[in-house]
Write a protein that binds this ligand. Sequence first.
Ligand SMILES: [Zn+2]
Length: 457
Amino acid sequence: MEAASVSKQQHGNSNINNDKVIIQRLRCSVKNYEWGRPCRDSLVAKIFGKNSGSQLDEDQPYAEFWMGSHVSGPSFVVSDGLQRVTLKSWLLENPNVLGHKVLEKWGGDLPFLFKVLSVDKALSIQAHPDKDLARTLHKLHPDVYKDGNHKPEMALALTEFEALCSFVTLKPCIMPILDPDDELQNGVLFDCLEIKAVLSVPEVVELVGVENVNLVLQITDEDGEEKFKPILQSLFTEIMSASRERVTGAVGRLRNRLHRESQVRQLTVKEQLVLRLEKQYPSDVGVIAAFFLNHVKLSPGEALFLGANEPHAYICGECIECMATSDNVVRAGLTPKYRDVQTLCSMLTYKQGSPEILRGVPTNPYVNKYIPPFEEFEIDCCILPQGEIAVFPGVPGPSIFLVPVGEGMMNTESPKGYPITEGDVLFVAANTEISVTSASELHLFRAGVNSRFFQAS
Ligand SMILES: [Zn+2]
């Protein structure tokens, strides 16, 4: 946005202090993607039903609940119980609620998109482009790549949550001298098992070829991750671009072999996962690609963040998700949707090793803050016992609050209070201090612009 128009809006719109503007109730969109949980045990369905007052379709899966201004799943501002305008057009009329730093940086729109996910069946193996690639892809294929923005994301687990992400370490293995009391050495051994597992899977070797396997075996410990990256890229590309017939054959043989071997030995966790994926997506190359990615299990309260060009696939569980406002996904496996194998394989960073898990930083006795390394967003998680108060200090940017559980009251400095209950979603303007009191145990999630963005600017 031009500086001149920002300053005009700052001076031309003085209703920022108007009570009607600082808090808005939102009615939000739902996505019934086929990987979603069945209606009866989907948190997304429960929240959407209460938020919209709509009749739920018992026969549909409920996958994602979207809170934000993206055109593919808009939220609407509600007043006097009536759905008025989209949040996006309301923000254009009331830009000051975003705060001037956000306006200067991102224009008159919300920089983040907030979601709830209920995952029953694995999502596609995917990655999200960086800003430059996003712009290029959108220009070339606007029908597939819907916008020109990047899409860093973070998933905060509400239940046990499983995902595949980033490549397993493929460093050559020097067997450590084993000391069962030394956890670090056990960690090293674990990585050794990963490489051994991947390159000793006959169906993997079948698809990548013995020459490629030998290339890996020639790498020495001194060569390091950088030298290994092109080899990893060529292995992964070989697998992802194998012909339909070869993949179908390899996946079938893999399934039969693991079923047979499960009679005489305990399958590894990765092998068990691979069999689950094969049931969900028979003959899909993603079943074999899964061997190359870290299998991560989050407990409730743990979060995983993914930068640009990192491969990942959510497998099962429910989570709160936040991302930059974008819907750009490059898919290559575990999906009936459009696959762009060439783009995916060439865009990935091929970074190896387990991802960083965030556990949040307490900002008061009831609130935990999750700050990923992306300027667009952060998440606060508040679990408030009955009859307690939590204060969210005013921040220089906009916030969206979601109430998945419980009821209570939300207050600003003005005497008017806002009753809150399950399914409520509220937009809160920049620089508004919020205090929340709970009538029962109350769970509350807040998405806002990353606080490091305001500290840095
Ligand atoms: Zn993703």
